[in-house]
Structure formats: structure tokens, C-alpha cells
Design a protein around this ligand. Structure first.
Ligand SMILES: NC(=O)c1ccc[n+]([C@@H]2O[C@H](COP(=O)([O-])OP(=O)(O)OC[C@H]3O[C@@H](n4cnc5c(N)ncnc54)[C@H](OP(=O)(O)O)[C@@H]3O)[C@@H](O)[C@H]2O)c1
Length: 271
């Protein structure tokens, strides 16, 4: 069980919900140990009915009842959130934020308290328990909060601890990463259709190929480069395709995409 009296989730949207579902399904928390908030009550009621957790639209009530606070609102909602809640935080609250780009220092500064803050970056495969999360600790946070992060994010996949300076890079790689694969799937599917395969057949071929390749990468002792070489005979079909991708500067494009995502994460925290 997670070592907390009650977990309060401020912003029970996609990510907040994924995390509480993981915590409930793994038995890390009982439904009575979870209080969820968002502004629209109608969106909270189905979660209450399904999981038996408590719900509220009142963040100040949540802060009065909970010791571990998970903030899962969008970065652009932080000013409004602080205006409503600032005076209701105290230095005994343990805070975990999953908002992209928002630093632990800015959270500590906005609250004007020496409280324990952790910042985490999960990704959407957390919705199916296959997430990749990274977290870092603020300057007042101790090993107990680190352990709570490990326990909480392990319920929805893998978790690693990093220095905060690397959080925007992590955001670019694993936070936004699923979208890169989805774009590749879209491109492969549309290319497959142009080669004469039906839409349904294209989707099946692409989905199973990406799933199989990702699983092979995770389970094999070989690196991505070795696995790629293993399917690339000189002068063969894969070599012909990879020549087009590399000639089109695929690697450079990916590098630039990661830099753009990293820089945007950093800007979001300053907005
Ligand atoms: N989705 C991802 O892949 C992903 C990955 C890593 C990190 N994150 C981070 O996770 C956070 C949430 O993302 P998401 O995709 O879950 O977005 P989302 O589905 O829009 O969830 C955000 C929720 O916050 C609620 N909210 C906004 N202001 C609030 C307030 N003052 N008090 C209480 N609730 C409030 C919104 O509901 P109401 O409008 O009903 O209030 C909404 O349900 C973001 O900061 C994002 O950077 C997301």
C-alpha cells in the first residue's frame, strides 16, 4: 500500500484518471483513499460510479482532506489553480505534478512554502499499464516521496528517476514519443494502401509489425541498431527502404523533432 492517508488528484482528466486506475487495480490504494477533483462534476460522476472513489469540485476541500496531492491539470491552468488553492496548501502536503514543463522550483515559488514537490512525466500508454514515466525531486523532497513516485508510477508501467535538468528532454522522448510512433503508423498505413492493400489489411499489418518490433526491441538483448541490421540484407528490400528514409534525413528529422519538443516543454513552464 502507498504510504499516505489520502491521495487527492487535482485535474482528474486522462492522465489523472489513468494513474488512479493503475493504483486501484494494483491494490496500491483503496477507493476510500482517493479523492478526485475537476471543475465539471458531470465528468467526475462516472468515475465515482465505476471505481467507488470520492469526488469533489472543491480543491480547497481536497487539500484539507488529503496529504499526497497529484496535480494533473494542464500547464495553462496553473495560474487559475494557484489563485484558488495557494492559501490552502501547507508544508505537510506532498505534491506530485505531471504537468509538462512546470518546474518544482516554480511550484515551490508559487506556493511560497518549503514543501516536498516531485515532478513526473508519464506517457499515454499508461492508460493500458504500459507507460514510461520519469520523475525528479524538488529541493525539499526526500526519499519517502521518491518511493511514493516509484510505487505510484510503477502501477502504470516503468519508472525512472532523473535530474530535473533532464525533464524537458524526457518529455520530448517518452512523453511525446507515442505520437511519433502513431505518425509512423499513419504514414505506413497510407503507404500500404497506395501499394494496393485494403485499409483493414494495412492496419493489421502495421499494428502487428509495430507491436512485434517494439516487443522484440524490449525483450531482445540486442540494440536497436543490431536488430535493424539483422533485417537488412545488403541489396535487399529493407536496405532499399532504409536508403530512402536515411536519404530523406530521417535521423536528422527525428533529432530536430526532439529538440523542438524539448524547447516547447521548457517554454510551457515559463508561460
Ligand atoms: N496526456 C499525456 O500524454 C500526458 C503525458 C504526460 C503528462 N501529461 C500532463 O498531464 C496533465 C493533464 O493532461 P491530460 O492529457 O490528462 O489533460 P486533460 O485530460 O485535459 O486533463 C486535465 C484536467 O484538468 C481539469 N482541470 C482544469 N483546471 C482545473 C482546476 N482548476 N481544478 C481541478 N481540475 C481542473 C480538467 O477538467 P475540468 O475542465 O472539468 O476542470 C481536465 O479534466 C498536463 O499537465 C499534461 O502536461 C499528459
Amino acid at each position: 500500500m502507498l504510504n499516505c492517508k489520502k491521495l487527492g488528484v487535482i485535474g482528474a482528466g486522462k492522465m489523472g484518471r489513468a494513474l488512479i486506475v493503475g493504483a486501484l487495480q494494483s491494490g496500491l490504494l483503496a477507493p476510500t483513499q482517493i479523492l478526485l477533483s475537476r471543475r465539471r462534476l458531470a465528468a467526475l460522476e462516472p468515475i465515482q460510479q465505476q471505481y467507488g472513489v470520492e469526488i469533489t469540485t472543491d480543491n480547497t476541500l481536497l487539500l484539507a482532506q488529503c496529504d499526497l496531492i497529484l496535480i494533473a491539470v494542464k500547464p495553462q491552468n496553473f495560474d487559475e489553480l494557484w489563485a484558488e488553492t495557494q492559501e490552502h496548501f501547507n508544508s505537510n502536503h506532498l505534491v506530485i505534478s505531471v504537468a509538462a514543463g512546470v518546474t518544482t522550483q516554480s511550484i515551490e515559488g508559487s506556493l511560497g512554502l518549503e514543501l516536498e514537490v516531485a515532478r513526473a512525466m508519464p506517457n499515454t500508454p499508461a492508460l493500458i499499464g504500459r507507460g514510461m514515466s520519469a520523475f525528479c525531486l524538488g529541493r525539499h523532497a526526500g526519499t519517502a516521496l521518491a518511493e511514493q513516485c516509484v510505487q505510484l508510477f510503477s502501477t502504470v508501467g516503468k519508472v525512472v528517476q532523473v535530474e530535473e535538468i533532464l525533464m524537458d528532454a524526457v518529455t520530448a522522448v517518452s512523453g511525446s514519443g507515442p505520437a511519433y510512433l502513431f505518425l509512423m503508423a499513419e504514414a505506413m498505413q497510407s503507404g500500404a494502401e497506395k501499394l494496393g492493400l485494403s485499409r483493414e489489411m494495412s492496419e493489421t499489418l502495421v499494428q502487428q509489425t509495430l507491436l512485434g518490433a517494439a516487443t522484440l526491441l524490449a525483450e531482445s538483448a540486442d540494440s536497436a541498431a543490431t536488430l535493424r541490421q539483422n533485417v537488412t540484407s545488403p541489396g535487399g528490400t529493407t536496405a532499399a527502404a532504409l536508403e530512402v528514409l536515411s536519404g530523406g534525413q530521417f535521423e536528422r528529422l527525428m533529432e530536430s523533432a526532439l529538440v523542438a519538443a524539448r524547447d516547447r516543454a521548457s517554454e510551457l513552464g515559463k508561460d
